[in-house]
Design a protein around this ligand. Sequence first.
Ligand SMILES: [Zn+2]
Ligand SMILES: [Zn+2]
Length: 348
Amino acid sequence: MTAGSATTATTAHAVLLDAPAPIEEGPLRLGELGVPAPATGQIVIEVTACGVCRSNLHMIEGDWVEHGVPAKTPIVPGHEVVGRVAQVGAGVDWLQPGDRVGVQPLWSTCGHCDFCLAGREQLCPAKEITGETVDGGYATHMLATAAHAYRVPDPLDDAAAAPLFCPGITAYNAVSKAGLTPGSSVAVFGIGGVGHMALQFAALTGAEVIAVTRSQEHRDLALELGAHRAIDASGGDVAQQLQAAGGVNASIVFAPSSEAVRQAVAATKPAGTIVVGVHAEVGEVPFVEEKRVVGSVIGARWQMKQVLRMAAAGMVRSVYEPFPLDEAPEALRRLKQGELRARAVLVT
Ligand SMILES: [Zn+2]
Ligand SMILES: [Zn+2]
């Protein structure tokens, strides 16, 4: 049994948010932060890679202040984290210093509420969220809950694995709710960090996958990753284009736009499913068509393990651009301006 021996704090080099503001105004600063020795059931991770998520941008710019995010300041953003175990707390006998692990947005859960018991722990009312309610991975070191850390399979390198911990799990959960079967069809709206993973999971079901995005670069990427068709979302009415071809059995929306959700509802056939993974207005849903609109947010530990297994087997892969940790503000600026091909990943 290996228990953490360190009693002194570890100093982390970190990207810190003191007060939310537009990214152009420079709300982030570089600083040093004390990382406490791990308590019982906790570990300290030496971070090597952390994905840059649109959720991070929302928090940093103050979009979610009314939802209580960030829950504390200063805070270290970042919730797609990969690194090596540096210290283990008491009671953690399944991880050792040096083990390669990852952490997703779900930093901890209560383990005893109805949602935790039903395999939907992402809905736990007592959950802590990495980088939103506790310090996250834009840093050299991070405290984590050992039971919510996942071994990273050998075939995956650190930076490629990091996006699996938010886009990967988010896409997997959304696709699992779409009711796809071989021969069915699905439109994926928005081919960014999450969308580029969602279309791969969707293609694995045997469904026909149609990518919908404004960006030519993202349409090319979608086709490269296995989408059967790609439609230009800026070229007029997407719903009409999809309806002209008979409509789709399901739609999955990661484009951050109420218009995209309305188009998805219209393009989906009667009895079909629209999975929504963004904040948006849904609009009218005609009851006589028996369509189902369902929200989806990250995913539970058992689903995260499936994602890692599938990535290790080469069934899905993330596409990413590396940035040095100190260039987090530039990565976020480029995300905001739509200048990233896929996921930005901070590497230390
Ligand atoms: Zn995320
Ligand atoms: Zn719970």
